[in-house]
Write a protein that binds this ligand. Structure first.
Ligand SMILES: Nc1ncnc2c1ncn2[C@@H]1O[C@H](COP(=O)(O)OP(=O)(O)O)[C@@H](O)[C@H]1O
Ligand SMILES: [Mg+2]
Length: 149
């Protein structure tokens, strides 16, 4: 029943998020998608249907709508993030840019944050540093949604 969901457009072999984004938008959810900034931080703009996506850096598809600023993610009721791997404590391995560590640092502790994984990507342990921000749940094709931490 979330009013605002922050999500992302999957690329390459990542679990496909496009059907999810489309379905959320169709039912009237306000969907925010990231715009990668030159310093690796994430700006946000709304998804307004498949035609509203435009090519961005690094082969990404990004929303072409007006940017809402890096703090727009604070308005999300649910945050869906990519990850290469997550461990049972919620520690998250990204692609090395730290973009989601910055973005998740702006998300309130009560907000559900969930990483989309393949079944074998919930691993025993992920190395972490001080700056890393955990996720609270993962969603996997075979296992569904699992709460962590
Ligand atoms: N809150 C932050 N502010 C500034 N830079 C950050 C922040 N969080 C992470 N970074 C930068 O991102 C780099 C990569 O983070 P890392 O956790 O290794 O990547 P990822 O989370 O994508 O796997 C860090 O070494 C740091 O320089
Ligand atoms: Mg990190």
């Amino acid at each position: 029943m979330a009013g605002t969901v922050a999500a992302y457009v999957s690329v390459g072999t990542e679990p496909d998020s496009r059907g999810l984004i489309f379905a959320l938008w169709k039912r009237g959810t306000y969907v925010l998608l990231p715009v990668l900034l030159p310093d690796g931080d994430l700006d946000w703009a709304s998804y307004e249907g498949p035609d509203s996506l435009v090519p961005g850096p690094r082969g990404l598809l990004q929303p072409g709508e007006q940017r809402r600023g890096v703090t727009a993610i604070t308005s999300a009721d649910l945050v869906i993030v990519p990850a290469l791997a997550v461990d049972p404590a919620g520690h998250r391995l990204g692609r090395g840019g730290g973009s989601y560590d910055r973005a998740l640092a702006r998300v309130g502790a009560a907000v559900l944050t969930i990483a989309l994984l393949y079944d074998d990507e919930l691993v025993r342990q992920v190395p972490t540093g001080e700056h890393d921000r955990p996720v609270r749940a993962v969603a996997r094709p075979g296992e569904g949604i699992s709460r962590l931490g």
